[in-house]
Design a protein around this ligand. Structure first.
Ligand SMILES: *[C@@H]1O[C@H](CO)[C@@H](O)[C@H](O)[C@H]1NC(C)=O
Length: 190
């Protein structure tokens, strides 16, 4: 019988751990920032500098997670049913759409809008409603998930689809924490 996922590879578990860790990390850090302003204090009282520091950290953790993910994929079995031109085409489409969502969202929100600036007291002047926010309420998360799935399909690796499902679930859990909190922050704006 064909093995779909090789759970004995340590790289699979490293990728899984980092997929869980990243959103947990930024939610915990951002919340403590909101309550204690620790990063702002560490940045000499400048919330922008504090937020840029966090942005750089989250960005680096993301690069590291992508690296662990690609390592994991490279050691997992490939499934013949996924090795077709149609699947490759789908992967390419997902890769392009995912990147468009992530990049246009970053461009629209800027660094502080993308990386939890509201927890530092750096609020957006108004709600953004144009593209990509008119096609997805969370283009960063949706785009990122699409890029994970794109790699899994491109290389024809079922374990990648499983890890992408974990990414999807983790982001959805993160949103359950983030959305009400962000709404609370904005509701307190004077
Ligand atoms: C979203 O906005 C863009 C540009 O503002 C527009 O071209 C596009 O048609 C809109 N899409 C939807 C689904 O409303």
């Amino acid at each position: 019988m064909l093995k779909l996922v090789d759970f004995e590879k340590a790289s699979f578990w490293y990728a899984l751990a980092s997929i869980f860790f990243n959103p947990t990390f930024w939610n915990v850090v951002a919340r403590q920032e909101y309550h204690s302003k620790l990063l702002t204090k560490l940045a000499g009282g400048n919330p922008y500098r504090g937020c840029y520091g966090l942005a750089l950290t989250i960005f680096s953790l993301g690069i590291f997670r992508d690296y662990l993910y690609s390592q994991a994929l490279s050691e997992q079995p490939v499934h013949p049913l996924l090795q077709t031109d149609l699947v490759k085409l789908l992967a390419a489409g997902l890769f392009v759409c995912g990147n468009v969502l992530v990049l246009t969202s970053m461009y629209t929100l800027g660094v502080t809008g993308t990386y939890l600036g509201d927890y530092f007291g750096i609020l957006m002047s108004q709600r953004v409603t144009g593209f990509p926010f008119n096609v997805s309420n969370n283009p960063m998360y949706h785009g990122s998930t699409m890029i994970f799935l794109a790699s899994a399909l491109w290389y024809g690796v079922p374990a990648g689809i499983l890890l992408t499902a974990v990414v999807y679930i983790t982001y959805n859990v993160a949103l359950k924490f983030e959305e009400p909190f962000t709404a609370m922050i904005y509701s307190k704006r004077k």
